[in-house]
Design a protein around this ligand. Structure first.
Ligand code: MG
Ligand code: ZN
Length: 390
């Protein structure tokens, strides 16, 4: 089913295969012009979608990405995506969302208050797309470079009106049935104020709990949790190395063993946001390029596993990044341009902004993610494509 689209990238859509390139172009323009924030996909895909790899760059806006593209010595994997959309990130209570409300919108399709995890504005629990996938028999996984109890991954498995309650959020992993989680946050499982050891409780439920990735390549089956740090993982500048790409590689290998029902995997580039909060352009670019390695692995997997959708987006923009021209201020590191009137990475805030963020879609069903979308549209469309019951 592989083919080369008019954009030069591969996709597997039968419906697109039958279209003439000019018609695809016309359709894309029509979708961009007319589509607003409804929950109903505009076209149907006649090939079933089996696997979804949902990659979230926390705080990764368009300017952040282009700063990384300018710095990258090779084309970024993300540029292989033939379908691109825009996402409105606002929460139920603010134009400027936090990662808890944004994660909840991306995980459940419902807007909530800033600070809330997996609950609506009244505090009622919401089922996430990961939980629905789990119930439908898919294998499920979460990877983060921050604590797995931090807002973004938490929104896929936990329910708490207060994102700061990370020990309570860790308890929700016991009832989540998630098949694989890899990230930081060990202290919320093992060094808790209530004295419980959730890692041992997870082991009693059949989980294998590890503290490095070393035993993963020989691991074959069973639910697994890997807690790589007490809190967040080291940053790229602190020497995280290839932990995120390795975790991604092992996760797709393990989850894709479920050939009958497929899998749902969320991967977060958590520390793009951390670097942007610090207004540190070099650190931010390194985190994005590392995240792009995970994108590359996901896209390569989709190339060899028809029926796989790869979605890459952000939960919000952090730092109010602009790329003005200023030859007098050179803030880039070694990999950056050092002469001439080149673009510079500038920040306008230490916080989040209301800017829309990009969506990149690749593989089966990718054409469903163009145009102007609301953050809540994404899980609705994923659930529709995976044909998940409520
Ligand atoms: Mg996050
Ligand atoms: Zn943030």
């Amino acid at each position: 089913m592989k083919e080369t689209s008019i954009f030069g990238a591969k996709n597997y859509s039968n419906s697109v295969k039958r279209m003439k390139p000019l018609f695809i172009l016309a359709l894309s323009i029509t979708l961009c012009a007319c589509q607003s924030t409804s929950n109903t996909p505009q076209t149907s895909t006649d090939q079933p979608i089996k696997n979804v790899i949902f990659l979230i760059g926390d705080g990764m806006g368009l300017s952040q990405l282009y700063a990384a593209m300018m710095a990258s010595e090779q084309p970024m994997a993300i540029s292989r995506a033939p379908y691109v959309g825009l996402q409105v990130t606002r929460s139920a209570t603010s134009d400027v969302t936090d990662s808890a409300a944004a994660g909840t919108a991306l995980a459940t399709g419902t807007k909530t208050r800033n600070g809330s995890i997996g609950v609506d504005s009244l505090g009622h629990p919401l089922r996430s797309i990961l939980q629905r996938a789990e119930t439908a028999g898919l294998s499920t996984g979460l990877i983060a470079t921050h604590s797995v109890t931090d807002a973004t991954p938490a929104a896929f498995v936990a329910h708490n009106p207060d994102r700061a309650q990370e020990e309570a959020i860790a308890e929700d992993f016991l009832t989540s049935d998630v098949d694989l989680f890899i990230g930081g946050g060990r202290q919320r499982f093992e060094h808790r104020t209530d004295g419980r050891n959730l890692s041992n409780e997870l082991r009693n439920k059949g989980y294998h709990i590890f503290y490095t990735l070393d035993s993963l390549p020989s691991f074959e089956q069973g639910p697994i949790g890997v807690l790589l740090a007490d809190d967040k993982l080291p940053s790229m500048q602190q020497g995280r190395g290839d932990l995120l790409p390795r975790a991604t590689q092992e996760a797709v290998r393990l989850l894709s063993k479920n050939t009958e029902h497929g899998f749902f995997l969320m991967i977060e580039g958590s520390q793009i946001d951390v670097a942007a909060h610090h207004n540190d352009a070099d650190a931010m670019i390194q985190e994005i390029l590392d995240f792009d390695h995970a994108v590359r692995i996901a896209m390569d997997f989709a190339d060899t596993h028809p029926g796989t959708l790869v979605l890459v987006t952000a939960d919000h923009e952090t730092g109010g990044v602009t790329l003005p021209s200023d030859s007098n201020i050179i803030k880039f590191g070694k990999a950056q341009p050092t002469e001439g009137n080149r673009a510079q990475t500038r920040f306008s805030t230490k916080g989040h902004t209301a800017s829309m963020v990009p969506i990149y879609a690749y593989g089966a069903g990718a054409e469903q993610f163009t145009g102007l979308l609301d953050n809540t549209d994404l899980p609705h469309r994923i659930a529709h494509l995976l044909q998940l019951p409520q």
